[in-house]
Design a protein around this ligand. Structure first.
Ligand SMILES: Nc1nc2c(ncn2[C@@H]2O[C@H](COP(=O)(O)OP(=O)(O)O)[C@@H](O)[C@H]2O)c(=O)[nH]1
Ligand SMILES: [Mg+2]
Length: 366
């Protein structure tokens, strides 16, 4: 019986040091002591606030991954229940277990190979060692994708184009991403490039209002490439740091839509030959292995530079992230772990695996 996720506690080992502040020379000793108190109080408050927020996000990741944890981690545990050591039969059971989770054939093969090598040298491997091997293999698989999105200061506006099928979470991710960048003092503008549905334009406008930022939009049915082109011109003249553009939910099998996407890229390059600077493919984790086809097709058409995997909360198919990493090696920039504005996390391979394997109490290093 899997343990209840609610009981799981996350202890975050945070390296959040208070940032140094240059307050200038103090006029009098009294003043300087007062300022020092204020400085430490303020930094302690900021640090406490940040830490609470971080712990909140990490524990949210742990609870979000509970269904994937049940399938993968509890599933592995079941195989070993009552046994202290692994043998050939348990290895076969483990292989079946991995194959039926969403990690994919290649990942399963890699893990089983590693365990076979270990078994050859050590004859018997204890359960804890098996789990450690699986964890470190999973980390190795994610590692090449562990590349955060870096907004270059030399590129202004930095253009982020979101692509993906309808309902994958593009517009929601834009709202969350805008908030993240605003928190880091970037000047942001949004482009309502999904002109296919009136609701999509409205939805982006609401995110714009929530974040208090400009949304460049035209009416439903207008040319998506033209909207994004206008937005880039406006962003340039307003000295915007990052322009985030939405696009319609193009069916990856529909060539007309895919051609439109190519047109968006071509038209942007009339203003800036290096744009878009990030093509962020938004993938819905709940579709499992189908996500792999989407990566392939979007990558062929427009060249995907980063991936955001959404809806990792509440799905048992989160293991697909390992299949995506193994097969594509495309950087995973963010993961979506809920519908609200703070539910977007920059991806961190080690943290992800730690959260996935988190038991009642776990220590996760940030
Ligand atoms: N649970 C959950 N829901 C999400 C997440 N990201 C997006 N959604 C929901 O998925 C639905 C489709 O999102 P939307 O942004 O409109 O998708 P789009 O068609 O690609 O723009 C909405 O109901 C969102 O609230 C996530 O990380 N977790
Ligand atoms: Mg949308």
């Amino acid at each position: 019986m899997p343990r209840c996720w609610r009981e799981r506690t996350v202890i975050l080992i945070s390296s959040l040091a208070p940032t140094a502040r240059n307050d200038g020379p103090f006029a009098t000793l009294e003043n300087s002591v007062l300022k020092m108190f204020k400085f430490f109080k303020k930094n302690k408050e900021t640090s406490d606030k940040n830490e609470t927020k971080q712990v909140g996000v990490v524990s949210k990741l742990v609870s979000g991954l509970k269904n994937t944890h049940s399938v993968l981690v509890d599933g592995i545990k079941e195989i070993f229940s009552g046994k202290r050591e692994i043998d050939q039969k348990t290895l076969e059971e483990l292989e079946v277990k991995l194959l039926t989770s969403d990690v994919g054939v290649a990942v399963t093969k890699q893990i089983i190979e590693q365990l076979k090598i270990k078994l050859k040298h050590e004859k018997n491997i204890e359960y804890e060692a098996v789990l450690d091997t699986i964890k470190s293999e999973l980390e190795n698989i994610l590692e090449p994708c562990n590349k955060p999105l870096i907004i270059s200061k030399d590129i202004r506006p930095f253009v982020v184009l979101l692509v993906g099928v309808n309902g994958s979470g593009k517009t929601t991710t834009i709202g969350k991403l805008a908030k993240k960048l605003l928190d880091n003092s970037y000047k942001i503008m949004l482009a309502a490039g999904d002109t296919f549905r009136a609701a999509a334009i409205e939805q982006l406008k609401i995110w714009g209002e929530r974040n208090n930022i400009i949304v460049v939009a035209q009416k439903q049915g207008s040319d998506s490439a033209a909207v994004i082109y206008d937005a880039l011109q406006a962003a340039k003249s307003r000295d915007i740091d990052v322009l985030i553009a939405d696009t319609a939910g193009r069916l990856h099998t529909h060539h007309g839509f895919m051609d439109e996407l190519k047109k968006v890229k071509r038209i942007l390059q009339k203003i800036d030959s290096s744009a878009p600077h990030e093509v962020l493919l938004v993938l819905d984790a709940t579709i499992g292995q189908n996500a792999l086809n989407q990566v392939k097709q979007f990558n062929d058409v427009i060249g995907v530079t980063g991936i955001c995997i959404t809806k990792l909360d509440g799905t048992a198919k989160g293991g697909v992230i390992f299949a995506i990493a193994q097969e594509t090696k495309i950087p995973i920039r963010f993961i979506g772990i809920g519908e609200s504005i703070d539910d977007l996390k920059p991806f961190d391979a080690k943290e992800f695996v730690a959260a996935l394997f988190c038991e009642e109490t776990c220590h996760i290093e940030e």
